[in-house]
Design a protein around this ligand. Structure first.
Ligand code: SF4
Length: 672
């Protein structure tokens, strides 16, 4: 693994590691599917010890692929496992440090140093065993499972995850132990990609270049799981980062392998491609998200969420925003004709090779023109990136749709390829719309894929998001069936994030920014979460899905009709939320039927507005308000920033409306 070796494909069993036969059977299925490494959870010394029998059983069946042990909270188990397997994964967030308590929020320099010493003293014996037994070590950081110590200095941030990893790497390096692989995972693809880039840069600064294991955690199942994984892993592979990958799906683990192979094969097709000559805009920062500044054409560009274009109307739930053959589309040869009908929106098909100083100058002056960017280069992402950087260097702010044509009859292959091709660009802040074509699949499948790519890159939310773990030996319920039931019951709750996690050990932290969580708490027992707060403990599994729905209902989310956001008016710092109470009849006085809130990021305030009169019934913005002065404290809410995104955070919302507003405002700021 590493250097010029191929990118290795791996997966993890979800059997009990104490069940030797079942674990061997599942591992052989993973290997038969093409897995090159199999990981088993080892939550205790007993499980770690049993790995010797699993290892032996696999050898006897002729399976010589390396085996890895997954350790959390138990250095003793790591030391046992290191004697029997080829690789041990430890989590810096909980190798020595206890689970996050949030009780200790301040550490003096001395206290901080003492904790590092504690880690050194606990890690060195493991490194010594690894050296003797030629066992590799994976330092595997997860967003959401950082220690109190790291959280106190860095928060749940990219620099925090990188530092958590670097502390362990420095100890390995000092001990002259270099059989190390690193992973930094998150369920948020943007966070994952930027953090791994930052890690690589930090390692280079400290003279390190350890191989990297890539993965998106809690990616879910089906289309969403595949697309999320292809977006996150694909974006890094195209950067030339990554030596082994795991596609985590909430499905049978052997199903992960073909997805991973398709992704690697697709990206490796571009190897040895012709050089793309371009200059990078020095203002571009790969570690921070900033959407490219563009002019606005109708509802395209600037802060508008990227739109979806399709070649025809579809029979499906998600409808494209634009139909290509209903639009005015021009080629570069038809450039002079763009001057006709100045008020009409026109699309100009371009490739990177079309760009020259003269054309860019013309594009800078055009209004009502949107570029439809395509590429036939084997490294289409590279060429499209070159296009955007060239526009940015020339301060050309024309909006750009990303256009790709596929000839692929296998849905999974298409989803993986399209997500890998376009996801990286949206994560970089490029693209004001997406247009996918594939005549060999149903139009609705193509459109669904486009929406799923926008959702996976978090630039446009169009459905409920499920943050569900792949399951492992710690999983305490039938994950696949439960996830399917929860999906069936909550699929209409657009913008809501629901975590479905197999165990209480890692689940609550790793479901990160989920609104509600369903977490295995013990055999046949489930705990329910609202954000980071456990609200129902140890309820019987048979009742848990119903209770989750009741909990969501309680916050008035399930009853979507009761409150409805109608209108956002937003500039850099202000958004107006208009909330409609659908339980009151249309004839009701608007001052009762609607509630309005003004959210001011700069002033850190949320003000309810009092309705005074309405100038024009049709136009919401012509309603006249008097502004209230309710401050955030009254809502126990604050703004928090992550990168350039702000989140309105209510702590312990006191009413269902506050809870509902929390989700809507957060979704609004996330989506924009
Ligand atoms: S959250 Fe899921 S995958 Fe992670 S340790 Fe728990 S059961 Fe295993």
């Amino acid at each position: 693994m590493g250097s010029n070796f191929p990118v290795r494909v791996q997966s993890m069993t979800n059997t009990s590691t104490l069940d030797t036969v079942a674990s061997i059977d599942q591992a052989t299925r993973i290997i038969d599917a093409g897995g090159e490494l199999v990981r088993f959870t080892a939550q205790g010394v007993r499980e770690a010890g049993n790995l010797q029998f699993i290892r032996k059983g696999l050898f006897e069946k002729g399976y010589r692929q390396p085996v890895s042990a997954d350790i959390h909270f138990n250095p003793n188990a790591a030391e046992v496992a290191a004697q029997y397997v080829e690789k041990v994964r430890i989590n810096p967030g909980n190798f020595v440090d206890a689970a996050r308590t949030f009780l200790k929020l301040e550490y003096t320099d001395d206290e901080y140093q003492q904790e590092i010493e504690k880690i050194r003293n606990r890690l060195l014996p493991l490194l010594s065993i690894c050296k003797t037994d030629h066992t590799a070590l994976r330092i595997g950081v997860n967003h959401g499972s950082l220690s109190d110590r790291i959280m106190s200095r860095y928060g749940n941030s990219a620099p925090g995850m990188v530092e958590s990893c670097m502390e362990f790497l420095r100890i390995c390096s000092e001990a002259d132990f270099h059989d190390v692989v690193i992973s930094i995972k998150a369920s948020n693809t943007l966070m994952m990609v930027q953090t791994v880039r930052l890690l690589v840069s930090t390692m280079h600064q400290e003279g390190m270049n350890y191989p990297l294991h890539l993965g998106v955690t809690e990616a879910g199942d089906g289309e969403d799981g595949r697309i999320k994984s292809a977006v996150g892993i694909g974006a890094l592979l195209v950067d030339g980062i990554g030596d082994t990958i795991r596609v985590s799906l909430s499905e049978d683990p052997e199903k992960e392998i073909p997805v991973a192979k398709k992704l690697i094969d697709h990206i490796m097709k571009r190897a040895g491609h012709a050089l793309i000559t371009a200059k990078a805009d020095p203002r571009f920062n790969p570690y921070e998200y900033h959407r490219r500044d563009t002019s606005i054409v109708n509802n395209i560009g600037s802060a508008y969420p990227p739109l979806v274009m399709a070649s025809e109307k579809v029979l499906g739930v998600l409808q494209p925003d634009l139909i290509a053959n209903e639009l005015s589309v021009f080629t570069v040869e038809q450039l002079p004709e763009l001057n006709s009908k100045p008020d009409e929106v026109k699309f100009l098909m371009l490739q990177y090779g079309d760009l020259n100083e003269q054309l860019i100058e013309q594009l800078r002056k055009r209004v009502n023109v949107v570029v439809l960017l395509s590429s036939h280069h084997p490294n289409a992402i590279g060429e499209m990136r070159a296009f955007f950087h060239t526009l940015m260097i020339h301060n050309c702010s024309i909006p750009v749709f990303l256009h790709r044509v596929y000839q692929e009859s296998d849905l999974e292959t298409f989803q993986v390829q399209a997500a890998a091709d376009l996801g990286a660009l949206f994560l970089d802040g490029f693209g004001d719309g997406i247009f996918l074509e594939n005549a060999l699949l149903l139009p609705s499948q193509v459109v669904d894929t486009a929406f799923a790519i926008l959702q996976a890159t978090r630039v446009r939310v169009s459905k409920t998001e499920y943050i569900s773990c792949p399951g492992c030996g710690r999983t305490l319920f039938d994950l696949q069936t439960t996830l399917a039931r929860i999906k069936a019951a909550t699929g209409h709750l657009v913008g809501l994030k629901i975590g479905v996690m197999g165990c209480i050990v890692n689940g609550p932290g790793e479901m990160a920014d989920a609104d509600f969580g369903y977490v295995g708490a013990g055999k046949g027992r489930v705990s329910l979460y609202h954000h980071y707060q456990c609200v129902e403990k140890n309820i019987p599994e048979e009742e848990a899905v119903e209770k989750l729905l009741a909990l969501i209902n309680q916050y008035n989310v399930l009853n979507n009709n009761r409150f409805e956001t109608l209108f956002f008016l937003k500039n850099e710092s202000i958004a107006l939320f208009e909330v409609k109470r659908s339980d009151l009849p249309e004839t009701t006085d608007p001052s009762r039927r609607y509630q309005w809130f003004l959210v001011d990021k700069k002033q850190q305030s949320l003000s309810p507005l009092t309705f005074v009169s309405m100038k024009n019934e049709e136009e919401h913005y012509e309603r006249v308000f008097e502004q209230g002065t309710l401050q955030f404290d009254a809502f126990q809410g604050t703004f928090e920033s992550k990168g350039n995104k702000s989140f309105l955070l209510f702590r312990n919302p006191k009413s269902t409306l506050e809870a509902w507003m929390l989700m809507k405002v957060a979704a609004f700021f996330n989506a924009n």
